[in-house]
Design a protein around this ligand. Structure first.
Ligand code: SME
Length: 165
């Protein structure tokens, strides 16, 4: 049995440190990308408070031949399956290769609403060989839920996962 439980009173830095440690332990010897993303989605849900969605979109190829994001393992309500690069918060992270930390998703042009409860969002690209291969997406029902410390913590996780998803 895996039992990774964060303590109740952790600082945000310590929470992400323990999350990365658990993700490292779970994915280090596992070559299956989907299994690794599934376990890390569960860890995100377990470690980070005030979320209504946590998971992955992977880079795939649309019927048109263009790159797009395709829904990967997650915890939360069913979500949109295909997101073109440049669309929504996730597609913007994928096309720019840059973290998107959005305090109010309703103020983000083109935000894609998968769960009406979502108020703020943090999306971090996972890069391999200078290309985006996936994004980590967190949604919260609380406005301005994600701080720069969350962004830095999730970016560390994305680096750790680059060779494992
Ligand atoms: N809100 C995202 C879509 C994915 S869901 O949040 C799970 C976006 O605007 O890209």
């Amino acid at each position: 049995m895996y039992d990774f439980k964060p303590g109740a009173q952790l600082s945000t830095e310590e929470r992400y440190r323990q999350l990365c440690q658990a993700a490292d332990a779970l994915t280090a010897d596992e070559p299956d990308a989907i299994a690794n993303m599934a376990n890390v989605a569960a860890l995100l849900w377990e470690f980070l408070p005030n979320l209504n969605w946590a998971g992955f979109y992977r880079v795939g190829r649309a019927k048109s031949g263009k790159d797009e994001l395709v829904l990967g393992p997650f915890v939360g309500r069913p979500a949109c399956i295909h997101i073109p690069f440049g669309h929504g918060v996730c597609g913007t992270a994928a096309s720019s290769g840059e973290t998107q930390r959005i305090d109010d998703v309703h103020a983000f042009p083109g935000h894609i609403a998968c769960d009406a409860a979502s108020q703020s969002e943090l999306v971090v690209p996972i890069m391999r060989d200078n290309a985006v291969i996936a994004v980590i997406d967190l949604d919260s029902p609380q406005k301005a839920r994600f701080t720069p410390t969350d962004a830095a913590g999730l970016e560390k996780l994305a680096e750790l996962l680059a060779g494992r998803v």
